[in-house]
Design a binder for this molecule. Structure first.
Ligand code: SF4
Length: 327
């Protein structure tokens, strides 16, 4: 089946006067039509940079995609003209940001913002676009008569619903959802996720679901990728990764979750911090924090190993890696 998204060897850098931040490092990722892929990892892992790269929105001169390729529905995103990018963004590929206030224009009513997007991409008349805006607001549980209200007149949860209505107004093929519910309280979070699931199911949209929460991934995704220091260190189906996480970092993420079936006094955090992206280790980026680190981990950067269709970037799974801790 043709992939909706194919990313190969992606390298993204940010430059300041003296330093180079290696934000994304040789990253490969695929997504099939209609699938929901959860992308997990700590703050600073490069998840948002990856999403912005897919939209070709890394801004020069500070940021630059230095190498690699991104293909969306068979088209090379990195060589698209400005016109082609404008067509793709908002129509074929939409993004839901973590903070709805950064995604909404404070001086336009929510109805105008949705109608404007539809007008630009769908070739409707103004009346048809306004009708579509009202329909989209209704779909996310906001009465049509509130379409003339401005973002500041809505609560946080309702603003995020507006952002979702905006993102889904043109039936995108790919939705980039960057921590879409982090800013919401738990009950609104559940409503918003329910709504996203229904809309995604009805429209067959593929989703890259960026989150810190393994619980949200388990409930909402088909596949999961763990990102650490700008690279994917583990990738598999939900059953594979939740059945048996292979990478020590993913195991650490699971270990730092509370287990309600056991009386535990303290959670087990992953020791240490993410490495400085301006001075990444020569070998495995996780080596300074890894409880299984070996000599080879300091010297050689691990490659992807395929363990029955479950990918892991770790020397423990090399044939010649030495420690022999196999899946
Ligand atoms: Fe740990 Fe080595 Fe595997 Fe890196 S390659 S995660 S340091 S065992």
């Amino acid at each position: 089946m043709e992939k909706i998204l194919e990313i190969k060897d992606l390298e993204v850098r940010y430059y300041s006067d003296r330093k180079t931040v290696r934000a994304v490092n040789g990253l490969d990722l695929d997504l099939s039509p209609g699938k929901v892929l959860g992308l997990v990892g700590e703050t600073g892992a490069g998840k948002t940079t990856l999403a912005l790269s897919i939209l070709n929105m890394i801004r020069a001169p500070q940021g630059k995609i230095e190498a690699g390729s991104i293909s969306f529905a068979g088209k090379d995103v990195l060589s698209m003209s400005k016109h082609e990018l404008r067509d793709m963004r908002g129509k074929d590929v939409a993004m839901i940001f973590q903070d709805p206030m950064t995604a909404l224009n404070p001086v336009l009513s929510v109805g105008e913002q949705i109608a404007e997007t539809v007008l630009k991409h769908e070739g409707l008349t103004k009346d048809q676009a306004w009708k579509r805006a009202e329909e989209m607001l209704l779909t996310v549980g906001i009465p049509a008569e509130r379409s003339k209200d401005y973002p500041h007149q809505f609560s946080g949860g309702m603003k995020q619903r507006v952002v979702i209505a905006l993102a889904l107004a043109c039936n995108p093929k790919l939705l980039l959802a960057d921590e879409p519910t982090t800013a919401l309280d738990v009950t609104i979070q559940a409503q918003v996720l329910d709504l996203m699931r229904t809309l995604i199911r009805d429209n067959g949209t593929s989703v890259l679901f960026i989150t810190h929460s393994l619980g949200l991934v388990a409930e909402n995704c088909d596949e999961v990728a763990t990102m650490y220091a700008g690279e994917i260190v583990e990738y598999g189906t939900i059953d594979q990764v939740f059945g048996k996480a292979l990478h020590p970092y993913t195991q650490g993420l699971f270990g730092s979750l509370p287990d309600l079936s056991e009386a535990t006094k303290r959670l087990k955090p992953i020791p240490g911090l993410m490495p400085d992206p301006t001075a990444l280790p020569a070998g495995c980026f996780f080596e300074p924090r890894c409880p299984y680190a070996m000599e080879v981990c300091k010297a050689a950067h691990p490659k992807d190993i395929d363990v029955g269709g479950h990918l892991v970037k770790c020397h423990l799974f090399d044939k010649e890696g030495g420690a022999g801790r196999k899946a």
